[in-house]
Ligand binder design. Structure first.
Ligand SMILES: [Zn+2]
Length: 65
């Protein structure tokens, strides 16, 4: 019985660790996001941004073409 609980806890911790890896805070909009993150350099500063902000930057880039 005890072993089952330990196994359950281990499985739970593993799930939490995975979830933690998938979330990040976007440096542009400041929102906590899960899923795809983009590493960009804005004015010589490295930033991690979400997909929405990345699309926004691309839209601005396109506008200046
Ligand atoms: Zn964002």
């Amino acid at each position: 019985m005890k072993r089952k609980i330990i196994l359950l806890l281990t499985a739970l911790l593993a799930t939490l660790a995975l979830a933690g890896c998938g979330t990040f805070t976007c440096d542009m909009c400041g929102k906590e996001k899960s899923g795809k993150s983009y590493s960009v350099t804005i004015l010589d500063e490295k930033a991690t941004i979400c997909e929405d902000c990345h699309d926004g930057i691309n839209a601005i880039k396109d506008a200046f073409k």
